[in-house]
Design a protein around this ligand. Structure first.
Ligand code: NDP
Length: 559
């Protein structure tokens, strides 16, 4: 036995060699244990967050709830500005919760904000682009630093569940950084051009992209953070100065962005934050000749109104419009139905169907119609609806009383037209839910294709579902709307190629369980629409977007 042991030892190495190996192992850098990748929050990763995220969200929420109802000013030329009239910001979760008091800005405030932006423009536009990027990245870092506060405010103000709310804030910081990255990668958009074939002279030609001047950013209620901070980040990175006006339902979230810009050290007047009704303050802003360009995100109706209003100016000004959607999902008989159902439910009812990218029309090949509908119904019945600041709740309220009434009117209209409610079709008024605007997630079948609600963006948790005889029929119906924002498909890879080729939409997904039509992230899925869904044909969070905020100048210098 001992001999064998010795033999075994000598096979592995003598004791002396062993000691040397041990010493070497001690001095050598330790073999790193496989590192856990840091959690990156996106709309596609938000379904399984680390525990810490919940704890920190809860702590921020508790702190905020203890100090609700404060008054917040506008910020014009770096100063806090109060208006004579005010308006209340109440939570759609519970209208007893007064979140804050905000200023009802007037046409004079609009003029003051535009004048401040005009005054700040020469210096900001001549600030070296790396310095502009540095300040904006600092603002993005401040958003990240305050992300749980942002998340809690967004959840209370919009009625988003906590993950969607945190996603909105994280996306904002990423959009601002993306604009900075593009600016730096393109070296401020100064490019040498070809040399003229001149005899006796030497000439250099240079293309320079320069900012326009004063940029107006008007944002909607549903992504108050990303759809203010995204356009604003690009406008400022490009060297424009900005006036921003949030939706009346969501001034608090946008006030937080303004604070981050201020605290990052952006000079006075470079950004200006005004609050008040679209019909008065907003109207005064869009009809002013002092606006050099606009990014408006909102409904098709208001977008077209702005487009026409801008046409009254002395000349054409850049008008970036990001508008509504009526997003289709097509399901082939070859689809993975479990995956399709998961993606459809998430995109139909995430944020209560109030996403421009919501999946609001579903076309299913007849052989798989019944089994898919059964899955959709089963999954929908499991959704928790209520106070969406709570961890377990996935669906919150719709944003305000007008949307709540619209939901009831549309349901009545659907009933009268012979539509059948596969799920939902009613509002919830039991217990605490009586104090907010809670609607049930509603799948509708048997609505005739000729009915107007197949075309109209309801912007509510109502999605119409139908069986089709072929994928070609589905595609014809899918494209037969004025909108072209997002679209989803479930089927084979070959069919997915056909789908990408035929569908008329700016953001398209195939076989995605994280959301059939929703969940784009800057740098991964740049976001924008075709047809009535957008004016520029270039998507935010993508490589072609930032140049929209600049006009080109050619410098030809002959020596
Ligand atoms: P609205 O069009 O109602 O409002 C958008 C903004 O416009 C608000 O700030 C509003 O202010 C303002 N506004 C209203 N009237 C005027 C006016 N006459 N002049 C200037 N500004 C005005 O949209 P919602 O807020 O209801 O948002 C939902 C819509 O936004 C949906 O159609 C959705 O599809 C679309 N959307 C599009 C996205 C995209 O990327 N394509 C993304 C997100 C949403 P006030 O609130 O004070 O009325």
């Amino acid at each position: 036995m001992p001999q064998r042991k010795t033999a075994a030892k000598s096979k592995k190495g003598t004791p002396a060699r062993k000691t040397a190996r041990k010493a070497a192992a001690r001095s050598a850098p330790k073999k790193a244990a496989p590192k856990k990748a840091a959690f990156k929050l996106t709309y596609a990763t938000m379904f399984d967050p680390p525990e810490e995220l919940h704890t920190r969200f809860d702590a921020s929420l508790a702190k905020l709830k203890a100090e609700l109802g404060r008054e917040h000013g506008m910020i014009i030329d770096g100063k806090e500005v109060r208006a004579e009239d005010k308006f209340e910001d109440r939570s759609p979760i519970n209208t007893d919760w007064l979140l804050g008091i905000f200023q009802k800005g007037t046409a004079q405030d609009a003029q003051a904000a535009l004048a401040a932006a005009r005054k700040a423009f020469p210096k900001w536009s001549h600030t070296p682009y790396p310095e502009r990027a540095r300040l904006l990245r600092k603002a993005a870092d401040l958003i990240d630093k305050r992300i749980y506060e942002f998340g809690a405010v967004i959840s209370l103000e919009v009625g988003k569940n906590r993950m969607e709310a945190l996603g909105d804030a994280a996306e904002t910081a990423d959009l601002i950084r993306y604009a900075c990255d593009q600016l730096l990668a393109n070296k401020g958009y100064v490019r040498p051009m070809g040399k003229d074939p001149l005899k006796g002279f030497q000439a250099t030609n240079t293309s320079v992209l320069k900012p326009y001047g004063v940029w107006l950013v008007i944002s909607p209620f549903n992504f108050p953070c990303a759809l203010t901070g995204g356009p604003l980040g690009s406008a400022l990175a490009a060297g424009n100065t900005v006036v921003m006006k949030p939706a009346t339902d969501t001034p608090w979230t946008v006030r937080l962005i303004a604070e981050c810009l201020r605290d990052a050290g952006l000079p006075d007047g470079v950004f200006n934050f005004v609050t008040g009704p679209g019909s008065t303050l907003g109207q005064a802003l869009i009809s002013s000749p002092d606006v050099d360009g606009i990014t408006f995100t909102g409904s098709l109706d208001i977008g077209m109104h702005i487009f026409r209003e801008f046409a009254n100016g002395k000349y054409v000004r850049p008008t970036i419009l990001e508008l509504g959607g009526k997003n289709p999902v097509i399901v082939s008989r070859k689809a993975d139905l479990e995956r399709a159902a998961t993606g459809i439910v998430r995109s139909a009812f995430g944020l209560q169907g109030q996403k421009c990218s919501a999946g609001s029309r579903v076309f299913i090949e007849r052989p798989v119609y019944q089994p898919l509908v059964e899955r959709l119904m089963a999954m929908t019945q499991k959704l928790q609806i209520g106070d969406c600041t709570r961890r377990e709740v996935w669906m919150g309220p719709v944003v305000n009383q007008s949307s709540y009434r619209d939901f009831q009117t549309f349901c009545e209209e659907i009933s009268q037209a012979g539509g059948k409610f596969l799920t939902g079709g009613k509002v919830l008024q039991d217990g605490e839910r009586a104090k907010g605007y809670f609607c049930t997630p509603t799948f509708v079948a048997d609505l005739p294709f000729t009915h107007r609600l197949w075309q109209h963006e309801m912007f509510l948790p109502i999605t119409t579902v139908a069986a089709v005889d072929s994928l070609d029929q589905a595609m014809t119906l899918a494209n037969d709307v004025n909108y072209g924002l997002t679209a989803g498909f479930y089927g084979s890879e070959k069919e997915a190629e056909w789908f990408f080729d035929k569908i008329e939409a700016g953001v398209t997904y195939a076989n995605r369980p994280q959301g059939a039509t929703t969940g784009a992230w800057p740098g991964f899925q740049p976001f924008g629409g075709w047809k009535g869904s957008g004016s520029s044909g270039k998507n935010a969070g993508g490589t072609y977007y930032l140049p929209l905020y600049m006009h080109e100048q050619i410098h030809t210098l002959v020596r």
